[in-house]
Design a protein around this ligand. Structure first.
Ligand code: 3PG
Length: 226
């Protein structure tokens, strides 16, 4: 499959949170949150998403197969930018980097995890749910933050409210985002991208229905509001 990689949209070595803020939104409006139960699914899944125009892939460290999946995609699908999600501990950061993850996503923010990601050369997109957490992550040099779990903690009204005191912060709402509500989130000036699991349904992965994944990816790519 011939995929042209725009060098301007590539993550540099030793990328940081500011690089993520620049590069991830340039690659598409939706980051798929992926749960891989079988490492053999990783490559066909990555190729199906890329075929649909989705190149940024977040493989969550929630299953025994997750690190092998990251490794397989990093090794054999260079057209994808693979990251590891659900990082909770410094050990997770080291394991994700060793597997070849290009970026990290966590459900929350902790200084220990942020430091471990820096040490491992992994740019981090940390999760926040409150103004205090935004301030803690910002004090640690990060202004591109995942709002998680986005709809449960306040959804659109919270995103709009955070824009006042934190006008310099860009968010990736994740958790409860759907094709129906994504356009409203993406229309907010402080929303750079959204994350969601709907591009990679468990039953499609089990059935090897890669055409369905490609179709979902293609539809997700069209969600950004002009
Ligand atoms: C998750 O934790 O699984 C992600 O936030 C995705 O949430 P979603 O399934 O609501 O998209």
């Amino acid at each position: 499959m011939a995929v042209t990689i725009d060098p301007a949209a590539a993550l540099p070595k030793r990328a940081d949170n500011a690089d993520l803020r620049r590069v991830l939104p340039a690659l598409g409006p939706v980051i798929p949150v992926i749960v891989v139960e079988d490492a053999a699914h990783a490559l066909p899944l990555a190729r199906a998403l890329v075929a649909g125009g989705v190149r940024v892939l977040e493989v969550t460290l929630r299953t025994p197969a997750a690190l092998a999946a990251v490794e397989a995609i990093a090794r054999a699908a260079p057209e994808a930018v693979v990251g590891a999600g659900t990082l909770r501990t410094p050990a997770d950061a080291r394991a994700a980097a060793a597997a070849g993850a290009r970026f990290a996503v966590s459900p929350g923010y902790s200084p220990a995890l942020a430091a471990a990601c820096r040490d491992a050369g992994l740019p981090l997109l940390p999760g926040v749910a409150t103004a205090s957490e935004v301030m803690a992550a910002a004090a640690d040099g990060m202004s591109f933050l995942k709002l998680f779990p986005a709809t449960a903690v306040g959804g659109l009204p919270l995103i709009k409210a955070l824009a006042g005191p934190f006008a310099d912060v860009a968010f990736c709402p994740t958790g409860g985002i759907t094709p129906d509500n994504a356009p409203q989130f993406l229309a907010q000036p402080n929303v750079a991208v959204v994350g969601g699991s709907w591009l990679t349904p468990a039953d499609a992965l089990r059935a090897g229905d890669w055409a369905r994944v490609t179709a979902l990816a293609r539809a997700a790519g069209a969600l950004r509001v002009a």
